[in-house]
Design a protein around this ligand. Sequence first.
Ligand SMILES: [Zn+2]
Length: 88
Amino acid sequence: METTPAHQEILNIKAMIDIGKQTIEIDCPSCKRKVKATFKQAADEVKVTCNCGQVIQLEDKNGTCKKAINDVNKAFKDLEKTFKSLGR
Ligand SMILES: [Zn+2]
């Protein structure tokens, strides 16, 4: 499949501000150190392990992270659609 330069640019922008890769910091309940996790991990409510060995269960309260990721993805899909129709 051939991609137009404009379309390629969209993909580059998307990679640049991929919200799922944004990192957040959580306080370790055990040692109080900051533990890094990605937005995506928070949305998926996965467990992360601190350097001290403490396992922290991530929580996406009210699905906030999931919603933010969906909103951004939807916006990009609309944008891609617009560019595709322009390239016709
Ligand atoms: Zn810790």
